[in-house]
Ligand binder design. Structure first.
Ligand code: 6R9
Length: 664
């Protein structure tokens, strides 16, 4: 630690409340505290403010239809098109301004700027091509693509013709792709030949083709973007059959214009699969009117985005953060959104700061796991660059510890930028709990109060509100426009997963319905919420949600494994890491070979992000007398913590045997 850091720690360590700077407040999009009361008194009509940020082809009749909870409908009767809202309506005033600044891996020096006019043009051309391939309204189109501009182009092209997209994170495995295409009966895939990772070309089409082999229905067409050019020749891929080259399709449709399809506000804009407690991922359904207005309103109110900004979110579009806050929110507001390909430590550990400097980014939205890594690498990396263009900083994905918060505040924001710590989920569509940066003080470690009009409360197991300081469960007691509408083709599971816990599921009174995000939390006297983490069997690795069941079933699928239990253990940078406790089958040794096959099995089934940090072989798992695995105990072992009373276990002797392996 340098002298500066020592001084910073001393000065900032004591401080637990931070005010936004006057300079920020003066220009903030929302600067009046009265908004909280106004929205509460005027709920749900207050959400017209969000809908008003969009252009509607047909006005809506009702703000909220809550006649059939929890199947809420927003802005009913309204019609709009998401691609027209993100592109066409900006053309007159901002046609020549940058819509997307794409910063590619620094291999080819091929950064690209798309003005709104250029983006509009290519989206139209590709939309025409998709139609030619047979894509119709409501056909689900899957995208399996890394951070290349053709991904947002494809998303907007689908939105233009009313075809919902389902983006599968490029780091997911072939199996994960197949599972998601099967679950959605998706007959179209858009992918690419490969991409660069730390300077090296990586074969992606092979993985896509393996995934396609696992699809249980006919695939009408696959579109392949040529990202690597001659650098991909070594992979030897030839497009065959129903595979098309993206470049050829766009060229063949040069200058084509496709009228944006007027979609009902409640029509599906996209599906996004996310991990749950069971092995089967959940297909979260988002709609055109509610989702887009939520993404736009929160981008304006929380990220303080204005059209003249150059806004930079370092997330991947394969996750919800990228959907809402790289693509839809920023483009709906007509600003410049920066997307980058690669990793924050290549070619050097100043990649993000280099981008902020070069593009003069005004906001940076990133994840605590990244901030913890930056902190570890040291402040000399940001110090190499001029970061004075930044006006606001944000974090998302997991709780941020006060030390990391303060490092971010000082070394990236120069104590001038407010930080918004935004709690939300794939299911919520956009931000729910965070400070409004021009209005509220910040408390490091605490996300802040619920946004105006959001009725988030902390309750106990009975659903009763708990007092300040006590841990409980986070709930949302009123619907909001950006909420998921259901789990795709599975209304029952939608109710079971999110509502059953605290609702009277026989009632048609919306007051009896409470949304449960499966996070633990506490609240302080000022109404600031500190989110404590998941309370289900989902772990959060580097801000990514992984179901322990999914990982366990991958491990049990490996030859030689009899049983497995997966838990999250604390990790300095990743937040949580995967710990796998494994019982081998008779005749199989728990050796390095099996360990390697287990790691490979998890990577094949899910992807490298789910790779176990440790595989611990054990003859038994600690179980209660009723036969339940004591996960809490396995977590304590992973975290090197003192183990409490184990005498109620069926097999207490096993605990010490496992502990010695992990902790000593
Ligand atoms: C946007 C996103 C959602 C889960 C969520 C919670 C955790 C997200 C957080 C946070 C504490 C924050 N989470 N933001 N925990 N503070 N600011 O991350 O969506 O991938 O669906 O994950 O992430 O546990 O339930 P998703």
């Amino acid at each position: 630690m340098g002298d500066d850091d020592v001084e910073l720690e001393a000065r900032l360590a004591e401080q637990d409340v931070f005010e936004p700077s006057e300079a920020f407040v003066e220009q903030a999009n929302v600067a009046d505290d009265a908004i909280y009361e106004e929205f509460e008194e005027n709920w749900p009509e207050c959400w017209q403010a969000a809908a008003d940020l969009l252009s509607w082809d047909d006005d809506y009749d009702t703000v909220l239809d809550d006649s059939n909870p929890p199947f809420y409908e927003w802005f009913t009767g309204g019609e709009l098109n998401a691609s027209a809202n993100c592109l066409d309506r900006h053309l007159d005033e901002r046609g020549d301004e940058a819509a997307i600044e794409w910063v590619g891996e620094p291999v080819e020096e091929d950064d690209r700027t798309y003005t709104y006019a250029e983006l509009h043009r290519e989206v139209n051309e590709f939309a025409a091509a998709l139609r030619d391939l047979g894509v119709g309204e409501d056909d689900v189109v899957t995208m399996y693509m890394p951070m290349i501009p053709e991904l947002p182009i494809a998303m907007l092209a689908c939105a233009r013709i009313g075809a919902p997209h389902s983006v599968v994170f490029a780091g997911f495995s072939a199996d994960a792709l197949a599972t998601r295409m099967n679950a959605a009966d998706s007959e179209y895939l858009i992918t690419c030949d490969g991409y660069y990772r730390r300077g090296d070309p990586l074969d992606h089409l092979q993985k896509a083709n393996e995934g396609l082999a696992g699809v249980d229905h006919e695939v009408e067409a696959t579109v392949v973007v040529d990202r690597l050019g001659p650098n991909g020749d070594g992979f030897g891929h030839d497009l065959k059959g129903t595979q098309h080259d993206y470049g050829d399709l766009v060229a063949a449709n040069q200058g084509a214009e496709v009228d944006p399809v007027a979609r009902d506000a409640e029509d599906m804009l996209f599906l996004m699969y996310t991990s749950g407690t069971t092995g089967q991922p959940k297909g979260v359904k988002h709609t055109t009117g509610g989702y887009l207005s939520w993404a736009a309103w929160t981008s304006q109110a929380v990220l303080d985005i204005e059209p003249d900004d150059t806004y930079f979110c370092s997330a991947d579009i394969g996750w919800i953060t990228g959907h809402s806050y790289i693509v839809y929110g920023p483009l709906a507001l007509g600003t410049t959104t920066v997307m980058y390909e690669g990793t924050p430590d290549h070619p050097d550990k100043d990649r993000l700061w280099q981008i902020v400097d070069e593009y003069e980014a005004t906001q940076l939205y990133t994840a605590p796991t990244a901030i913890r890594a930056f902190m570890k690498w040291g402040s000399e990396y940001p110090e190499r660059h001029d970061l004075s263009s930044l006006r606001l900083l944000g974090t998302v994905g997991e709780p941020i510890n006060p030390r990391a918060w303060k490092w971010y505040y000082k070394h990236i924001g120069n104590e001038q930028c407010p930080i918004v710590d935004t709690w939300w989920q794939t299911e919520t569509g956009g931000m729910m709990v965070t400070t409004l940066p021009g209005v509220k003080d910040m408390k490091p470690g605490s996300a802040g109060p619920p946004l105006p009009g959001v009725d988030a409360r902390i309750v106990d197991t009975e659903g009763e509100e708990v007092g300040a300081g006590r841990a409980g469960y986070l709930t949302v007691q009123k619907p909001w426009p950006g909420m998921l509408r259901t789990l795709y083709r599975n209304d029952e599971r939608y109710i079971e997963e999110y509502w059953a816990e605290y609702s009277d599921t026989d009632s048609d009174d919306p007051d009896e319905w409470v949304y449960f995000p499966e996070d633990g939390a506490k609240i302080d006297d000022d109404g600031y919420i500190t989110v404590l983490g998941r309370v289900d069997d989902v772990i959060n690795v580097s801000g990514h949600r992984l179901g322990t069941m999914e990982i366990e079933s991958a491990i049990v699928g490996v030859e030689g494994v009899a049983e497995a239990a997966v838990v999250g253990g604390d990790h300095e940078v990743k937040g949580e890491a995967v710990y796998a406790y494994v019982i081998t089958e008779e005749g199989h040794a728990g050796d390095d070979d099996l360990r390697e096959r287990i790691v490979a099995g998890v990577e094949n089934a899910i992807g490298p992000i789910a790779r176990p940090e440790q595989v611990i072989f054990t003859p038994e798992l600690p179980k209660t007398r009723s036969g339940k695995i004591m996960r809490r105990l396995l977590e304590d072992i992973a975290n090197g913590e003192e183990l409490g009373d184990t005498s109620t276990l069926r097999n207490p002797e096993i605990v010490e045997e496992i502990r010695v392996q992990v902790q000593d």
